[in-house]
Design a protein around this ligand. Structure first.
Ligand code: NAP
Ligand code: ZN
Ligand code: ZN
Length: 355
């Protein structure tokens, strides 16, 4: 077993604090990774606070992981010691079902294993995430990071990047598409950058008027303050697809109204309480749809990383030491993040993580 130091939530209301635990010894197909950076996703906050259901405390969150390979099992062929790699939201899946066969491990019919909050198939213990010094992962769930990328700014691609890239591809966004993005946080700012890089015209809906200038710099052509009813009315019938990244329940009607005929509102945010349900007429009138999308499978995550490498796309990040993660959560709750916190895991070594 590998002794590891992490930052864990002891229960749903106490701050995260240092906690020692053990990683499994690497098996023949495992990659042992020294973690360098880990992004702070709003899902981490929903999870540790118990907003999505029961949590096996103590719980170490974090699923936007960048690290360096320090050892590989005998049968590993995809990665070598010294490689810079990424781990996202998934560390395992059944590999036999139709979804796994299609490279859509996030929809595994027998239940995938999430990087934290899951059960490690090899040991039967709860999985622990990336706010920690090391991780051991099956090579199939380890991603290659293109050369030359800023590693702290690349970490958020592993969740915020793929969660927004996947629906943009699924809804065939390209030149001429008119895309809406709701919420300029971690996911939202990646959605703006990626949709703009795909050639789309991007409209941002925000509750924070002061983010408008940033949104334009990130690639949005239009910025609409969603609490401005008149501006929302002016946007009616203009968009092909809207990615809704909001982390709390809100009114969907004005967003559905912004869709063109055959347009789709894609829900990405994991609001712990239901949105008010829209009227049938919100869909009937222009044959509109509402859908959801969960992160992305391993092949598409690699495709997204390679796309970002080619287009020079990373996240806008505020790098913090792990000791500031509780403050980062408070700021994220106030939508005060520009636009992703990323933990520099070197700060853990100051607390006694073996080098
Ligand atoms: P985040 O950085 O906190 O951004 C969320 C943004 O939503 C905020 O910056 C804010 O943007 C807007 N917002 C927050 N509260 C709002 C409210 N009450 N009404 C309207 N707008 C509000 O969060 P994130 O990390 O991007 O994650 C967003 C959501 O996606 C979370 O629920 C997360 O769990 C979920 N998620 C889902 C997946 C998936 O696979 N589907 C993957 C990752 C994360 P403005 O200031 O611009 O209004
Ligand atoms: Zn996430
Ligand atoms: Zn499966």
């Amino acid at each position: 077993m590998i002794p590891t130091l992490g930052y864990a939530a002891p229960d749903r209301s106490s701050p995260l604090a240092p906690w020692r635990f053990e990683r499994r010894d690497p098996g023949p197909r495992d990659v042992r990774i020294q973690i360098l950076f880990c992004g702070v996703c709003h899902s981490d906050l929903h999870f540790v606070r118990g907003e999505w259901g029961e949590v096996p405390y103590p719980a170490v969150p974090g699923h936007e992981i960048i690290g360096r390979v320090v050892a590989v099992g005998d049968a590993v062929t995809r990665h070598a010691v010294g490689d810079t790699v990424g781990v996202g939201c998934l560390v395992d899946s059944c590999r036999r079902c139709a979804s796994c066969g299609d490279g859509l491990e996030q929809y595994c019919e027998n239940g995938h294993t999430q990087t934290y909050g899951g059960v490690e198939q090899q040991t039967g213990r709860p999985t622990m995430g990336g706010y920690s010094g090391e991780i051991v992962v099956d090579e199939r769930f380890v991603l290659r990071i293109p050369d030359g990328m800023d590693l702290a700014a690349t970490a958020p691609l592993l969740c915020a990047g793929i969660t927004t890239y996947s629906p943009l591809r699924e809804w065939k966004v390209g030149p001429g598409s008119r895309v809406g993005v709701v919420g300029l946080g971690g996911l939202g700012h990646m959605a703006v950058k990626l949709a703009a890089a795909m050639g789309a015209h991007v409209t941002l809906f925000t509750t924070s008027p002061e983010k408008g200038e940033d949104a334009r710099r990130l690639g949005a052509s239009d910025v609409i303050v969603s609490r401005d009813a008149e501006a929302m009315r002016a946007a009616e019938g203009t968009l092909d697809v809207i990615l809704d990244t909001v982390s709390a329940s809100h009114d969907l009607e004005p967003l559905l109204a912004a869709l063109k005929r055959d347009g789709t509102l894609v829900l990405l945010g994991g609001a712990p309480t239901p949105h008010s349900s829209p009227s049938a007429f919100s869909f009937i009138t222009r044959r509109k749809r509402m859908a959801g999308s969960l992160i992305g499978g391993l092949p598409e995550t690699q495709e997204m990383l390679d796309f970002c490498g080619r287009h020079n796309i990373t996240a806008d990040v505020e790098v913090i030491p792990v000791q500031k993660v509780n403050e980062a959560y408070e700021r994220m709750e106030r939508s005060d993040v520009r636009y992703r916190f990323v933990i520099d895991i070197a700060s853990l070594r100051g607390e006694g993580q073996p080098a």
